[in-house]
Design a protein around this ligand. Structure first.
Ligand code: EPU
Length: 417
């Protein structure tokens, strides 16, 4: 079993380049299937979720060229929607974007209900409601979602809750539909804007992405284009928090500082010195962190994906912090692991009460999901002594060259069997 071994307790210092955003990449990759011709994606993170998605595209018959240093090229000319590979689809939550993409392209799709992190119930009723609104027939048979439409026609779609996935899926389905789709109560995350930018560069007519009303006027076809994926603000947050928690001085480069606003605001509140300039953000840990309260919310609120590493940071704050999870039922799997390292955390439902302790101590711990793994990375860097993180495969799904980046900041970290 691979593990990461960190010898913590040393300040992390230096600058590190942040990779492309996972949750943007996994939306834009299936969008390339809508295009006639080849699209080139730059700044794609080299993470397991992207590898799996590209594997799915290859299995579907698309030509994927990942040999150029300038980006990955996808040409869907040989696509066959009947070949959705069950084993790969099950490994990736975002494989359900194939429903929207293949429905738009072929008028039908069959995709097994997806895998991904177990964060509690993850219904997709809003996705299906959107497909139905556009005229698709939706059925669920033996764990497989089947969607079918002789023609897709634009329509108003009102989401009952704000959902990133449902917004992406309806955008994909509506891009080649006849007429206009108006999504109300849409998700506003920057990766929604990134997807819209890719689609528009390919000739789509998507307006309003980044607001809660998105208007998509269907076009007959899309053409190949080049697109660079936006930077990953959650990776940036993890690196900054590790820097602050170790009393260090870390700069993340290749970021869009605006996207990090909810995170940098919280870091400032917890006593860090933060500055930013164009494409970088620097955070300096100034003594023991101050306690802070936070509640996770859809963008522009504090992101749920950056909550676990912040919990790790607050576990050594000089006082009590209250962390409330507003999106998922089961996102505190890191708490029990942090407790093994000496943290004092009480979880009640979707809320954690964190009594800050002076320091954490290294211990063997297990990453039970991706962001829980990020919390353990931050904790391991802060803790005195050796931390062994098991469940590294979760981290590898969403973090690129983790050890290399932490090592560049001076961390003593290695991968071992
Ligand atoms: N929801 C429904 N019905 C739906 C869809 C969602 O009730 O049809 C509920 C969910 O149960 C949840 C809330 O709505 O309570 C928000 O879910 P959303 O659909 O926004 O989440 P998602 O699209 O499944 C994406 C990210 C997650 C991130 C959330 C929230 C991807 C591939 N995943 O998930 O990222 O936590 O948005 O920002 O984009 C991660 O990267 O670690 C991760 C889990």
């Amino acid at each position: 079993m691979p593990k990461l071994v960190i010898n913590g307790g040393k300040p992390l210092n230096g600058a590190v380049k942040v990779s492309g955003r996972k949750n943007s990449a996994v939306a834009v990759i299936p969008a390339t299937l809508l295009v006639d011709g080849s699209s080139t994606l730059e700044n794609l993170p080299r993470i397991e979720d992207v590898n799996v998605y590209l594997g799915i595209l290859r299995a579907l018959g698309a030509a994927v060229d990942s040999t150029s240093a300038d980006g990955i090229t996808v040409d869907p000319a040989g696509l066959d929607c009947g070949r959705v590979p069950f084993d790969l689809v099950k490994r990736l939550r975002a494989s359900y974007y194939l429903l929207g993409a293949l429905l738009a392209r072929f008028g039908r799709a069959e995709v097994a209900l997806p895998g991904g992190c177990d964060l509690g119930p993850r219904p997709i009723d809003q996705h299906l409601k959107g497909f139905r609104a556009l005229g698709a027939k939706v059925t669920l048979e033996r764990g497989t979602v089947k969607v079918r439409a002789s023609r897709l026609v634009g329509a108003p779609v009102y989401f009952d809750i704000v959902s990133v996935g449902a917004t992406v899926n309806v955008m994909l389905a509506a891009t080649l539909a006849e007429g206009t789709t108006i999504i109300e109560n849409a998700a506003k995350e920057p990766h929604i804007v990134d997807l819209a930018n890719f689609l528009n560069a390919a000739g789509a007519r998507v307006r309003g992405a980044g607001t809660d009303i998105i208007k998509i006027t269907g076009v007959k076809s899309l053409r190949g284009c080049n697109h660079a994926i936006i930077p990953d603000e959650i990776e940036a947050a993890t690196l900054l928090m590790a820097g602050v928690g170790t009393g260090g001085d870390v700069t993340v480069e290749n970021v869009i500082p605006k996207h990090l606003d909810p995170i940098t605001a919280k870091l400032r509140e917890s006593g860090a010195f933060v500055e930013e300039n164009g494409e970088w953000v620097r955070a300096v840990g100034e003594g023991r962190p101050r306690p802070a309260n936070l509640k996770t919310m859809p963008y522009p609120g504090y992101p749920t994906d950056a909550m676990p590493p912040m919990t790790a940071l607050l576990s050594i704050a000089g006082g009590t912090s209250l962390v409330s999870e507003g999106i998922w039922d089961n996102r505190f799997k890191h708490a029990d692991e942090l407790k093994k390292m000496g943290a004092d955390i009480r979880v009640e439902g979707r809320t954690a009460v964190i009594e800050g302790v002076e320091h954490l101590e290294g211990a063997p711990v297990e990453a039970k999901d991706l962001r829980a793994g990020a919390a353990l990375l931050v904790a391991g860097a802060m803790a005195e002594g050796e931390t062994e993180i098991y469940g590294v495969e979760h981290l590898d799904r969403g973090y690129e060259r983790t050890e290399e980046k932490f090592r560049a900041l001076g961390a003593e970290i290695r991968r071992a069997e």
